[in-house]
Design a protein around this ligand. Structure first.
Ligand code: GLA
Length: 673
């Protein structure tokens, strides 16, 4: 991190990139460069280009990152530079560029952080009202990102819905404005809060890609603009359009982090950089082994009992599961969607002696125990709602919209957050529980302006406090599947429940989208029954395992109905997964098309190949990547030896004649010839 006083230029350097910010003659901060590494001498030759955080006002007519209204109804920002602070650390550091409005008492600090060994540039904004009158914040984005001048641009992102999250889309950046947003109070199934831009010339293994992902689990907005001059850039942050924030005298508003990533080596290089960054700098416990879980939801839905859970646990232990998770319907009067959410004590009919007998049973079987919770929700038919109807998100003179027969608790209230922390802490203290599946099954409705930000901050605070007080706790983030997967959630969870769609064939595409940014160790993936309950598709147990083994493996089927043969396969594949888990979770991921993936860690490589449907069936070989061309690799199943150069240019033969067939190939480098 270097400051050049004469040029009024800051240069941030990462292993493969540089980021340069420069003050313009008007004192406003501008981006001068985001791309390949530059020296300070080279950066000095670059003029201030696009604004770092375009504010409303003057000649600016694009999407504003900052929209401010002062007490006298005047809007906008005219920049005045106050100073900066640099806190260096080996290989990284933090920069704060302190700015203010020329006339009004608004201080604006642009924050930057670079972490050792990462190509990410983390940015966020802090506003402070240094005056005596309130200021209205109509928009305060974390950052605006500028793509350098290019002939053309493409955007890459993921879209979806419940049961079909993370569908990858890549296409031209339209002229005018493109908005990606969630207005739902969670980051959303419909579009995930990240975006990639390239000049139309990037591919899996080459070309420059600029990307950014937002660390926020509530509603959000990114606006990608492409002007008449052809240039592209985007601004983003928390909150959707129309929300306002009142900043009282002396108060501050700090945005979530918006992390940018430049990669010179294509979409594959972009994904690997994100995986590395998230594993090293975002996840709270990156090195913790993600246990093989069993989850009872698809087997039981709401119809659960102690005996049935114990029987499932016995079967799960028999196939090598390490952690048994009891899903919904263990508490209060929760025998269906209609009742009980909010009453977080064991259902006395179903668990007359509490959770201890089941937990002891699970532990005697050699597994740890986990449990499902949905702390933010309440059924109107619950003791909690009868006692505290005022705790739910609601507005005077407005209906209380129910979705899945439930309402949301107003987590922006400190009494609600305290109550949630209290019972969760108690549950974890009184019982030997190692894992929480934290679900959130409906979006916000009837939420006023002031709820959206503190609600999420309080969810974060409760999770952070639980983790601090129960340091071995694992948390799985879930919102009806992958509705709340983002860097904010990943900073306090160990994995994400990727989707309620467990059809293995459809899951290949879901996993392809999820791992564009998020690492495989966080991608919860269950093997469930055949036929699948969403698609009714039949698929072999081996295929279902091979798909789930490419993430954080779980089993979610009704093991009581599985055949002896399938249970034997399950035990064998679970054992194999445990052997390859360090490679899948800690290795580097290479996509070999969209139906094959390779993970490599040191001398070890694992390749999964899944046959797509007959319509797309291909016989072309699967070409491996990033091997030592002069290396010799042993196939751990067959003992055959392969040359690295041959594997990369001629590949593995693809011998998968039918749908839902799959291969798992394990290679170990045995020599460098
Ligand atoms: C959500 C989750 C499921 C399951 C149910 C329980 O839909 O995504 O995995 O936990 O809730 O009600």
């Amino acid at each position: 991190m270097i400051y050049d006083a004469e040029a009024r230029l800051w240069l941030l350097s990462t292993p493969s990139s540089s980021y340069a910010v420069r003050l313009g003659p008007d004192d406003a901060p501008y981006n001068a460069h985001w791309g390949r590494p530059l020296t300070i001498e080279q950066a000095r030759t670059l003029p201030p280009d696009r604004e770092e955080l375009p504010a409303e006002g003057g000649e600016r007519f694009g999407a504003a990152s900052l929209q401010i209204r002062y007490g006298d109804a005047v809007r906008g920002v005219e920049w005045r530079h106050l100073g900066h602070d640099i806190h260096g650390e080996p290989g990284g550091g933090q920069l704060a560029i302190r700015m203010a409005d020329r006339h009004y008492p608004l201080e604006i600090t642009l924050h930057y952080r670079v972490r050792p060994g990462s190509d990410a540039v983390e940015r966020w904004t802090r506003l402070r009202n240094a005056g005596t009158e309130p200021i209205t914040i109509l928009r305060c984005d974390s950052a605006a990102w500028t793509a350098p001048p290019r002939e053309d641009y493409r955007m890459t992102h993921v879209v979806g819905d419940w049961g079909r999250e993370f569908q990858l889309r890549r296409g031209p950046v339209p002229e005018a404005e493109t908005v990606l947003t969630s207005r739902r109070g969670h980051s959303g199934h419909q579009v995930n809060p990240w975006l990639m831009i390239d000049a139309g010339d990037a591919a899996e293994d080459h070309g420059e890609v600029w990307s950014a992902a937002l660390a926020w689990s509530g509603s959000w907005r990114m606006t990608l603009g492409r002007g008449q001059d052809g240039r592209a850039g985007w601004t983003g942050g928390f909150g959707h359009e129309g929300l306002t924030w009142r900043l009282g005298p002396g108060e501050e508003l700090e945005t979530p982090v918006f992390t940018g990533m430049y990669a010179p080596d294509g979409f594959g290089g972009t994904s690997r950089r994100w995986h590395d960054h998230i594993r090293r700098h975002v996840l709270p416990a990156p090195d913790r082994v993600r246990p093989v879980i069993y989850n009872s939801w698809e087997a039981t839905e709401f119809d659960i009992s102690e005996t049935q859970q114990m029987e499932l646990a016995e079967r799960a232990a028999g196939v090598g599961v390490e952690l048994f998770v009891m899903d919904d319907a263990w508490f209060g009067g929760r025998t269906g969607e209609h009742a009980g959410l909010g009453d977080w004590w064991p259902n006395p009919d179903r668990f007359p002696n509490g959770l201890t007998p089941l937990i002891d049973h699970v532990k005697r079987l050699g597994m740890r125990f986990g449990i499902w919770v949905e702390p933010e929700s309440v059924n109107p038919d619950s003791d909690l709602h009868r006692a505290h109807p005022e705790w739910v998100l609601h507005q005077p003179n407005r209906a209380r919209t129910e979705m899945r027969e439930q309402l949301l608790l107003d987590f922006s209230r400190s009494d609600v957050a305290e109550w949630a922390h209290g019972w969760l802490d108690d549950l974890l203290t009184r019982n030997d529980i190692s894992f929480l599946k934290w679900d959130m099954n409906r979006p916000f409705t009837e939420a006023g302006d002031d709820v959206w930000i503190p609600y999420i901050r309080n969810v974060y605070a409760v999770m952070d406090r639980l983790r601090a007080d129960h340091p071995d706790l694992l948390i799985e983030g879930c919102a009806s599947g992958g509705g709340r997967a983002d860097l904010g959630m990943l900073a306090r969870t160990d994995q994400i429940w990727t989707s309620d769609n467990t059809d293995a064939l459809q899951r290949v595409a879901i996993q392809h989208g999820y791992t564009q940014i998020y690492p495989a160790c966080t991608m919860g993936a269950w093997v469930t029954d055949s036929p699948n309950r969403i698609s009714a598709r039949l698929s072999p147990v081996r295929y279902r395992f091979h798909v789930a083994m490419a993430g954080a493996l779980g089993i979610g089927g009704d093991l009581l109905t599985w055949s002896e043969g399938d249970l034997r396969w399950a035990a064998m594949l679970t054992e194999q997964y445990k052997q390859i888990r360090p490679i899948v979770h800690g290795g580097r991921m290479y996509r070999l098309g969209d139906c094959a993936v390779q993970y490599t860690r040191g001398p070890e490589t694992v390749v999964f190949v899944w046959q797509p449907t007959a319509l797309r069936r291909t016989t072309s070989p699967v070409l491996l990547k990033a091997l030592d061309p002069d290396g010799l690799y042993r196939d751990e199943e067959t003992g055959a030896l392969h040359h690295g150069a041959v594997l990369m240019s001629h590949g593995l033969p693809r011998l998968l004649p039918f749908d839902t067939m799959s291969e798992l190939v394990r290679l170990t480098q045995v020599a460098h010839s």
